[in-house]
Design a protein. Structure first.
Length: 333
């Protein structure tokens, strides 16, 4: 006799974050469907204020602390050029470490300004150069277009680092959500192609596993930010009919990688109350089993991207400070 397992009870949200979620309401929808995607993109392109504001060049300069440049560089062979957003300290002395930043947006939304506020906070603290890559988005450009664009941007950054005041031997890969997944994929790709080797990877609530079938994915249906349906929308856009099959490349879904050895030290964090929790924990565990280095934080009561949506919350401040401490240790500065 078979019995139906009891429904999974979701973990509670941090009270301060739960209050922020209630205030945000429709600015931060829980889910995303193919039907909603067009409206979300139209709002983005119209510059409408959403839950994650896109910084202007003037805002990124931070009253003269940084210089901002937008540059088109060669894309993958046979593909269009890609746009890089380059932000560097205005008064740096000597080449500085560089954060190669990859934006989030579930593979279907966002541009290279998304998430830059956090990267610039690191840059201000540590005197870093930030290079943020604009990659082609799904579904118009499915895998491997996004990750190949990111790899082309990484190659350009390593080969031209001195021109932008950066140290090619101190590159840090970083991104949140889809950008975290692409950062992890980029670390695998650079290892396998003998490409530029980063000294670290900062994977913030990364989107790693196209199978979308973990306990946390089931627990958080209809709750928080970026639930199971939204995740299905993003992965279907990127992979089409291949999603969930044995044919998925680890450069699309890093959780599929059989070998996680030889990777840069990783900082991985997520919330306890988000879809990606279990796949992120599993990825960190597999890095350790492969003899690698990873620091993992699971923030209690955190929903997906909580620190970006509610930056003043106590849990968000703890998360942001922990990342900065890790970067200080990584760089020895």
């Amino acid at each position: 006799m078979t019995t139906t397992p009891p429904p999974l009870t979701p973990p509670p949200f941090d009270p301060e974050l739960a209050a922020a979620l209630a205030v945000m309401g429709e600015l931060a929808p829980t889910t995303l469907t193919p039907e909603i995607l067009g409206f979300a993109r139209a709002a983005e392109e119209a510059g409408m204020e959403g839950p994650f504001p896109l910084l202007t060049n003037e805002a990124m300069r931070r009253d003269g602390v940084f210089e901002v440049e937008e540059r088109s560089v060669p894309g993958p062979e046979g593909a269009p050029e890609i746009s890089l957003l380059i932000v560097r300290p205005a008064r740096a002395h000597g080449p500085r470490p560089v954060v190669f930043h990859i934006h989030g947006g579930g593979m279907v939304l966002g541009n290279n300004r998304l998430g830059m506020e956090l990267a610039l906070d690191w840059a201000a603290e540590l005197g870093l150069v930030v290079v943020s890559v604009e990659y082609r988005r799904a579904p118009e450009h499915p895998h491997p277009a996004p990750v190949e664009d990111c790899y082309a941007g990484l190659l350009w950054t390593a080969e031209n680092a001195k021109e932008i005041g950066a140290d090619p031997d101190r590159i840090i890969l970083a991104g949140g959500s889809a950008g975290g997944g692409l950062s992890a994929a980029l670390a695998l790709m650079a290892r396998d192609r003998n490409g530029p080797r980063a000294i670290g990877q900062v994977l913030l609530y990364p989107m790693l596993d196209d199978r979308n079938d973990t306990p946390s994915a089931h627990q958080m249906v209809g709750l928080g930010i970026w639930d199971m349906q939204a995740n299905e929308t993003g992965w279907n856009a990127l992979l089409g009919d291949a999603r969930g099959t044995a044919d998925v490349s680890p450069y699309a879904a890093p959780a599929r990688a059989e070998d996680l050895s030889g990777l840069p030290p990783a900082y991985i964090d997520c919330g306890s109350a988000e879809t990606f929790r279990d796949e992120d924990i599993a990825f960190a565990s597999r890095i350790w089993r492969a003899g690698g280095q990873a620091e993992l934080h699971v923030w209690p009561g955190g929903f997906h991207a909580f620190d970006g949506l509610a930056p003043q919350a106590a849990l968000s401040q703890d998360a942001r400070n922990a990342r900065l401490r890790w970067l200080h240790r990584l760089l020895g500065e």
